[in-house]
Write a protein that binds this ligand. Sequence first.
Ligand SMILES: [Zn+2]
Length: 190
Amino acid sequence: MSKKTKIERNAILPGEKCDSEWCDIRRSPIHGRGLYASKDIISETYIIEYVGDKIDKTESNERGWAQMDRAKETGEAAVYIFTLDDDWDIDGSVAINAARLINHACAPNCEAYIVDGGIWICAIRDIKEDEELFFNYGFDLECYEEHPCRCGAKKCVGYIAGEDFWDDLKKKLQKKAAKKKKKASKATKK
Ligand SMILES: [Zn+2]
């Protein structure tokens, strides 16, 4: 099961295509496949809609945990659910949603916005043709250790987390490092 899921993310699924004139699907050196600018994109361009099943919060919770379990098995950050408003979420784990392939980065060139009841991936700076598209997934710190970030940005915080959580994350990591040091020094004394 776990292996199958991994292969699926890297294979073209039936019915999968990128319905945007601004980008296409390519293999990414960071993770699996990603979306790439197929031409120069000016800042504030709406690049692609993040489409999926509109689900209520109960359904969303159930699907979220199921996706989390699957992600644990495969080691992927594969939760595709977006908050739309207080009542509804969007589950983007469907083949027609090419935007689900956009990778996370700590210094992204896109951001996800809610526009007219839909979620859109929007350029937050000018993007050159052939650049990979990224946005910050905005995860909280609940399971951060399961979502390491390999974006390679200078300011990469090491894990996939929303910027609002970076201060807390850094504190957590410092504490962890200090604990490790203590343990290490104990070990050498023996
Ligand atoms: Zn990063």
